[in-house]
Write a new protein. Structure first.
Length: 159
């Protein structure tokens, strides 16, 4: 992982923090071109009641609208947390390339269980269980503590 990629992941943490500050769950994502150039970003926006407003899903929609199939296939989605099943499917359906995540779905599940948080209504699956041909990298250990702390703050507020 190079400095540009770590910069994109740090931006994901900033976006996740913005999401938490806005009353959303702390997730943030960045879409980059094959050469590492920033293309788009988003954060979680589910507080309004639409639980499909995940940043990874929004970036898949953005990519389908603005990028060619070749550009999509060589792009990378950097994200604070591993894609859920819905976002993994959207990523695969629009033909996006690599995913780099800070914390895995398994890590998040372990944290939530530790804090006594009820499980989500959808089974937690790894990206490759949903989309087996997507190249995936993660977790990124040096940033995991920051993401864990954001989720701890979210769930300490809701108890």
């Amino acid at each position: 992982m190079n400095d540009i990629e770590l910069g994109h992941l740090r931006r994901c943490v900033e976006l996740a923090t913005e999401a938490l500050d806005a009353g959303d769950e702390p997730f943030g994502s960045v879409l980059a071109a094959a050469d590492g150039t920033f293309l788009a970003e988003d954060r979680n926006r589910i507080a309004g009641g639409d639980n499909t407003r995940h940043p990874e899903f929004e970036l898949a929609r953005w990519a389908a609208q603005y990028l060619t199939p070749e550009e999509r296939s060589t792009a990378t989605v950097f994200t604070s947390g591993e894609h859920c099943a819905m976002c993994s499917a959207a990523h695969a359906w629009v033909g996006l390339g690599r995913i780099v995540y800070i914390c895995s779905s398994a890590q998040l599940g372990d944290w939530l269980a530790e804090w006594g948080v009820a499980p989500a209504p959808v089974k937690s699956l790894s990206v490759n269980e949903v989309a087996p041909n997507i190249p995936v990298e993660g977790p990124v250990p040096e940033l995991v503590p920051q993401v864990r702390e954001l989720h701890r703050k979210l769930h300490s507020q809701s108890t």
